[in-house]
Write a protein that binds this ligand. Structure first.
Ligand SMILES: [Cu+2]
Length: 707
């Protein structure tokens, strides 16, 4: 397997230089006819791992959910959302706690159920590189997050050799029998040596999927979406200008663990980036704009009517400079701005006493502006010892306008009182947040590396956490991005959460790369962790669900990730045989209430045996999880049983054609994702309280043609 290194960002390039193996990315323009062959994982605190040599393009073609590409990264698990909206969880911390940079953009979930998290805005087929840093993240890639950072880079512009033309592209399609899921992705580049145009587009749809065992359709799991993107690259010497724009549309996406479904999501974005090399160092400048119009209601499975609309604009820039001071020292400085404006309102339903006669104003011109700046110093003291020290400041300014309930009748009394109280408040908030990171790394030989890191990381509350205000049963049930069926109300008095994280990594490998073992234990103490307190129950809606208000508590999380890769057989007549395994465990507790934190994955692991003979590759994979019995009692979290799933895959690559086939959940096991939440279709229709069931067996086939 050959790897080429590419500086996806200047910061990444630097980390790559310091921690070899951190970033391994495929596909120079000359190799355009071959598929990208390496997926990427890395953490600066542990030197990173090359996780899988399964072609990223092949992996991407198999799913419309970009978050699925993260599933095998150490420390990362996924919380179920809709078909293409899973939420990544890092070291037990999810969603807004992760800094997700998609093409350098900070994008906000524009929905009180977080149906449109940032990863939906880059189709899986467009992803060229993913970098994941859990826990101890360099300040240059942090800010306003406590869990870690995930950097997703779409395909960089490709250029022709001098004096030549480059015309290259790729089309892939994938079919999954379960849910009749079909996806198509295509990209086409036309380039000279200094100018490049690329179009990339995708479409995917799926029906409701079947659970394992005797046929049972898991309702409210269908979806459809498509996107179009244009990229223009302009190269002058070592300067590169990349301009991108695109739009994405989803006409429907059902959510089994929400009362609502997505009924329309339209977005547009513009994004520009300049990368330049100067005598003093490197410069990386980015600017972006994204506008989202989101609508929710209930699709046919759930029935009913309750329109809810959200409109957001994200706008921002970042400026980073990388300055080699001496042979030993490197300085990285930067500044960035992210500005969010949000309106969230629920139109009246004709003839409804509860939902009328006026519009329910949930967030009225909410604003959240963050100005960040950082300095980071890397030093290579000896060939074995290196350090990284960083300091960062983020100022977060938030405000929102007056709100109003649907109306003023008796049924709306709780919301009327809450709106009056909210409108009387001074809602202007300013947080001044300080982050710091220190990493020390010791690499005595080529086959062993240790690193120890500490990070203080801060996240300010979101607009929904601070400013949602409704206290009526229905208004509260609409505020929930946890899939737990409860109702939530915001808290304007919330303080930012501050995590102190300590992580160690031991990384051992054989001199001939025949095996590699990595172990990363970590612990995080989070001051003012934004958890929730119970403030009531649902009288009318009944059920086990409760009313919760966001509240600061101290929390402790700790865990470990272990990964093992080994070459079992090399050069035999039947080919090469490799084994890889990963194991993760996390525990977390609210230190004030002694309750377990919500949505933590129990002990889980993956074991894969892969075979390769020339252009033919095969894998058998076992994914298993222990039962979940450490649950949050505050949130009435459901316990789930353990499971073990077997997946099979095979692929054959002819010159420019690749055929993929596989069977997921070979034994058609019935299983429940511990992070899947409550099946609210089952609850609403059959008063049956159960976790969302996972997918049963699926026969999959995919075809990719490069040209
Ligand atoms: Cu929504």
């Amino acid at each position: 397997m050959t790897m080429t290194l590419r500086g996806a960002t200047s910061a990444v390039a630097l980390m790559t230089a310091i921690f070899p193996g951190l970033l391994a990315v495929p596909a120079s323009a000359q190799e355009a006819n071959r598929l990208p062959t390496v997926t990427v994982e890395g953490r600066p605190d542990n030197g990173g791992t090359l996780l899988s040599d399964e072609p990223l393009a092949s992996k991407a073609a198999g799913t419309a959910d970009t978050a699925e590409l993260l599933r095998d990264l150490p420390g990362v698990t996924l919380a179920t959302g809709g078909a293409f909206s899973s939420l990544p969880v890092m070291n037990g911390m999810a969603d807004d706690r992760i800094r997700l940079l998609v093409d350098g953009m900070t994008v906000t979930a524009a929905c009180p159920n977080h149906m449109n998290p940032p990863l939906i805005y880059v189709a899986s087929g467009r992803v060229e590189a993913i970098e994941s840093m859990a826990g101890v993240t360099p300040v240059s890639l942090g800010g306003d997050s406590i869990a870690g950072t995930i950097v997703v880079e779409p395909e960089a512009p490709k250029f022709a050799e001098p004096g030549q033309d480059l015309i290259t592209g790729r089309v892939s399609t994938f079919y999954r029998s379960n849910g009749d899921a079909l996806s198509v992705f295509g990209t086409q580049t036309v380039a000279k040596d200094d100018l490049s145009f690329t179009y990339a587009g995708s479409w995917s749809r799926t029906d409701d999927y079947e659970g394992g065992g005797p046929n049972r359709t898991v309702r409210a799991t269908e979806s459809e979406n498509y996107d179009h993107n244009l990229t223009v690259g302009i190269r002058r010497g070592s300067d590169l200008l990349t301009l991108r724009g695109g739009l994405r549309y989803s006409p429907y996406e059902a959510f089994p663990n929400q009362y609502m479904d997505l009924t329309d999501n339209e977005s547009q974005y513009l994004n520009g980036r300049y990368q330049g090399d100067f005598a003093w160092g490197k410069l990386d400048l980015r600017g972006y704009w994204q506008h989202v119009e989101h609508e929710m209601d209930m699709l046919a499975d759930k029935g009913g009517a309750m329109p809810m609309n959200t409109r957001t604009t994200d706008l921002g820039y970042s400026l980073k400079a990388e300055i080699p001071l001496t042979e030993r020292d490197l300085l990285r400085i930067g500044t960035e701005l992210h500005s969010l404006t949000m309106d969230d309102w629920w139109p009246p339903v004709a003839g409804s006493m509860m939902m009328g006669p006026g519009t329910f104003v949930n967030i009225n011109n909410g604003t959240r502006t963050r100005i960040g700046s950082f300095a980071e110093w890397e030093a290579q003291w000896t060939s074995a010892w290196s350090t990284q020290l960083g300091l960062r400041n983020d100022i977060v300014l938030m405000d929102t306008g007056d709100v109003r309930p649907y109306g003023t009748n008796m049924m709306q009394a709780a919301d009327v009182a809450a709106a009056n109280a909210f409108n009387a408040l001074d809602r202007d908030r300013t947080d001044v947040n300080v982050d710091a990171t220190a990493i020390i790394r010791f690499e005595p030989t080529e086959t062993v590396a240790y690193s120890l890191g500490y990070a203080r990381k801060t996240r300010s509350p979101s607009l929904y956490e601070r400013y949602t205000w409704g206290r009526g049963d229905m208004a509260m049930a609409m505020i929930n991005w946890f899939g737990d069926g409860n109702g939530y109300v915001g808290n304007p008095d919330l303080d930012p959460e501050v995590a102190h994280t300590l992580a160690f990594t031991g990384d051992w490998r054989a001199p001939n790369n025949g095996w590699r073992v990595k172990v990363t234990p970590y612990v995080s103490y989070v001051e003012n962790y934004i958890d929730a307190d119970q403030i009531g129950t649902f009288g009318m809606m009944g059920g086990p669900f409760v009313k919760l208000q966001f509240a600061n508590h101290d929390a402790l999380l700790y865990g470990a990730d272990v990964s093992v890769d080994a070459a079992l057989i090399r050069g035999a007549s039947f080919g090469d045989l490799d084994i890889s395994a990963g194991l993760g465990i996390v525990q977390g507790e609210n230190r004030d209430t002694k309750d377990d934190l919500y949505r933590l994955n129990p002990l889980h692991g993956r074991l894969a045996l892969s075979h390769r003979l020339g252009d033919w590759s095969n894998a058998v994979e076992l994914r298993a999880s222990a039962g979940k019995d450490d649950v949050s009692t505050t949130r009435k979290e459901l316990e789930t049983p353990g499971y073990a799933l077997v997946n099979l895959r095979t692929a054959y690559q002819w010159d420019s054609i690749r055929l993929d086939a596989g069977i997921d959940n070979l034994l058609d096991q019935r299983w429940y994702d511990p992070l899947g939440g409550v099946d609210l279709y089952e609850w609403g229709t059959n008063m049956n309280l159960m976790a969302v069931e996972g997918e049963g067996r699926s026969f999959n086939v995919g075809l990719t043609v490069s040209f």
